[in-house]
Design a binder for this molecule. Structure first.
Ligand code: MSP
Length: 514
């Protein structure tokens, strides 16, 4: 079995989860479930990033010790996962011993090797981004861009990691491995960034300024820079699991690609002699009225409100259907309602209802066998023969939104087939030919529904299980076999009804203003 190790970014433990955090978990889960269906041995890691200035400041504001603060916030992130039907295998916290030990060992190794040195630093520091700034980061009028928050000038001795020494290697690596970052155009942006000489990375913070971090093993007067600490989670989380590293994909947002994931991380690993991850998937942002949804801008949407109101399946469906991985999407409650009503309640819900209702009415609840294949049936078979491999290929290339569109097109075509065959008319006829057509229509719609569900299950696992349940069907272990048009439901007893996507009492609400 092929090992497939996938990670999400670990979320800052300094506020509640919002839609952007939830999306990343859902996307990663959809990939993980899809790979399991394809037969891979999947390991899925997520977690929380708990050190650094922001966390220390948030804990101070609440007047509680940082560890207690992190325990609370991390628990909130963790509690969100089952509500979104996320199938992570592990959850890592950077305050755990298993992680701290690996960070310290790695630092010591790089220090012993001479890749870390001490020097005096004078410069501008952004607390919000937890990074030192350079003159080129300023606005043309000399001010600092809004994203950096408060910027202060500081002079201090610190430890530096020799990034520049590895710049030429990284350029060569990215040039040779042109698909290392998905979408590919982002890799071009990294190479653009690498045209300028890299500065060595300041990887320490003096304890007087920041206490909440992992002490450097070779100088306890300093703690580790939060990015150097956080990136290591992907490795520390599997250090005790032989054969899992290297990661197949790190799933992250585009804002943390350059420099942390595309520059610091590969160089850290290369310097330490650890194999590199096989790829990085950089998704876009959820926006609200064009602005990035985030805690600091106060336009964050609580994902769990939507899940409570519409269920995890509808929520996951919307996120995956709406966003083209890599690009941004605007979240609007209106668009959510359009997809919920037209694609889920009307299109898929309708096919489920008709299948159950007509099988109950015209075949005493037992799915018959198809007896004829006329043009109407052949058209649907042909559409399926095209849809199934196309959707598998689209999912392999992370084009989940298009795969869902094609799947829903097949559902629409099945509903159209039902209109064409009109079983309610055939049911009134006693002619043998009409009765054979009726049995064929019932068998065809049930089989088409079963197949569509097989293509939806990594996105809507709960709904898929419910539909299979009312069809009296248990999918087999080999997913690809589930995608073959056959007579798997012949003789199955269906339930009379299932309400999957009920009409909401009130529509999705816009994000509350903070
Ligand atoms: N702690 C760092 C990541 C360290 S990984 C070694 C961090 N945390 S975060 O909480 O700010 O963001 C976590 C993830 O959520 C990031 O991948 C980020 O891109 C993603 N999102 C945060 N806001 C987002 C949107 N509005 N839309 C989509 N995802 C965005 O960065």
């Amino acid at each position: 079995m092929k090992s497939f190790y996938i990670t999400t970014a670990i979320d800052y433990a300094n506020g509640s989860p919002h839609l952007g955090h939830a999306y990343e978990k859902v996307l990663t889960d959809v990939i993980a479930r899809f790979r399991r269906q394809m037969g891979d041995q999947v390991h899925f890691l997520t977690g929380t990033d708990e050190h650094g200035q922001k966390v220390q400041a948030s804990a101070r504001k609440r007047g509680i010790p940082p560890q207690q603060f992190c325990d609370e916030v991390s628990a909130e992130f963790r509690a969100m996962l089952p509500k979104l039907a996320i199938t992570n295998d592990d959850f890592i916290r950077t305050t755990e011993e298993r992680h701290k030990k690996v960070v310290r060992d790695l630092l010591q190794q790089l220090f012993d090797k001479g890749d870390i040195y001490k020097a005096e630093y004078r410069g501008f520091y952004s607390t919000r981004q937890e990074q030192f700034l350079q003159e080129k980061d300023r606005n043309p009028d000399g001010t600092w861009p809004e994203i950096f928050g408060d910027v202060t000038e500081i002079v201090e001795s610190n430890y530096f990691f020799k990034l520049r020494q590895y710049q030429a290697w990284l350029v060569e690596f990215l040039t040779k491995n042109e698909n290392w970052i998905f979408p590919r155009y982002r890799q071009t942006q990294v190479l653009e960034f690498l045209k300028e000489p890299l500065n060595d990375l300041c990887i320490s913070r003096p304890k007087e300024r920041l206490e909440w971090g992992i002490p450097l093993p070779f100088d306890e007067g300093y703690v580790t820079y939060v990015w150097f600490d956080a990136l290591v989670n992907y490795y520390s989380g599997v250090i005790d699991r032989p054969g899992v590293w290297p990661a197949t994909y790190h799933v992250i947002g585009k804002d943390i690609l350059v420099p942390p994931h595309a520059v610091y991380w590969p160089i850290m690993l290369q310097a330490a002699g650890v194999p590199l991850p096989l790829g990085i998937i950089a998704h876009g942002w959820w926006l609200q009225r064009g602005a990035k949804m985030s805690k600091s801008t106060g336009n964050a949407l609580n994902p769990l409100d939507l899940v409570d109101q519409f269920g995890a399946d509808a929520f996951r469906y919307f996120l995956i259907r709406e966003m083209n991985v890599g690009q941004d999407s605007d979240f609007t409650p209106e668009q959510f309602m359009v997809r919920y009503n037209s694609e889920l309640a009307n299109n898929l819900g309708n096919l489920v209802n008709r299948t159950l209702n007509m099988t109950t009415r015209f075949a005493a609840g037992v799915v018959p066998s198809a007896e004829v294949a006329e043009e109407a049936e052949r058209e649907l078979h042909e559409l399926w023969a095209k849809t199934a491999p196309e959707c598998v290929a689209l999912c392999e290339g992370f084009q989940f939104h298009t795969a869902l569109e094609r799947t829903m097109f097949f559902v629409t075509a099945t509903n159209a087939y039902i209109e064409k065959r009109a079983p309610w008319k055939l049911g009134k006829s006693t002619e043998a030919k009409d009765q054979a057509l009726l049995r064929t229509a019932l068998a065809t719609m049930a089989e088409a529904l079963r197949l569509a569900v097989a293509l939806l299950q990594h996105v809507m696992p709960g709904a898929a299980a419910k539909i299979n349940g009312v069809l009296g069907y248990t999918p087999g272990p080999v997913w690809r076999e589930e995608l073959v048009w056959g007579a798997k439901l012949a003789g199955a007893t269906v339930a009379p009804a299932l309400v999957l996507f009920p009409r909401p009492e009130k529509p999705a609400a816009p994000a509350a203003k903070a």
